[in-house]
Design a protein around this ligand. Sequence first.
Ligand code: ACO
Length: 178
Amino acid sequence: MEEELCITTLEERDLNDLMGELVSVYQHAYATLPEYGYHSPQRIEGYIRWLWRGDPQGFFVAFLGERIVGFVGVHATWWEDGELFGEVHEFVVDPAFQGKGVGSALFGRALEYLTKRGRERVGLWVGEKNEGAMQFYLKRGFQKTIQYGKWVRMVKEVEIPVSPRDFGEAPLFRRNKR
Ligand code: ACO
C-alpha cells in the first residue's frame, strides 16, 4: 500500500459526515457473507450508530488517504451471561483492501484499547461458516466456546500490560488535520 494507513476514532459530526462511506464498506465486506450481515442501508446506519454510541472511543476507522478501508467497533464494558467482556461487535475491511494487514492493524488498536480499559477477557460472535474471520481470530489466540444458532462465541484471555489509569484519550479524527 503506497499511502500510509491512518487509524482514528471519530467525533459524532465526523461519524455523520462519513456515514455513507462506512455503510458502503460494511456492505462490501458482507457481500459474500449475506447470512451474517444486515442488508438495508437504514438498518446498517442504525447499527453503526449503536456501535459508536455504546463506546465512541472503541470505534476505530482505518483510512488510506481520504478513503475509508475498514472499521472495528468494540464496547469496553459488555456483560454476557453475567461476565464482563471487552466485546468486539463489528470488524470489516473493504474486500479490495483485505489480506494487506489493514484488519490486523485495526484489530490491534481495538485490543490495545480494551486492555488499557482493564479488560482481561475479550469476546465476540462470529458466523459458523465465516472461516476467514475465524482463522483470523484463532491466529490471534481466541478460542471457540459456545454456539448459539449460526453464531459461534470466541473468547481470548488477555494480559493487562499497563495500569488502566495510564490510558489517555485516543486521538480524534479531524478531516483537515490528518
Ligand atoms: N480466508 C482465509 N483467511 C482469511 C480470510 C479468508 N477468506 N479472510 C481473512 N483471513 C484471515 C487470515 O487469518 C489472514 O491471515 P494471514 O495474514 O496469515 O494471511 C488474515 O485474515 C489477513 O489479515 P489482514 O490482512 O490483517 O486482515 P484483513 O484486512 O483481510 O481483515 C477481516 C480481516 C476484517 C476479517 C476481513 O477479512 C473482512 O472484512 N471479512 C468480512 C467481514 C467479516 O467477516 N468480519 C468479521 C465478522 S465477526 C465480528 O465482526 C466479530
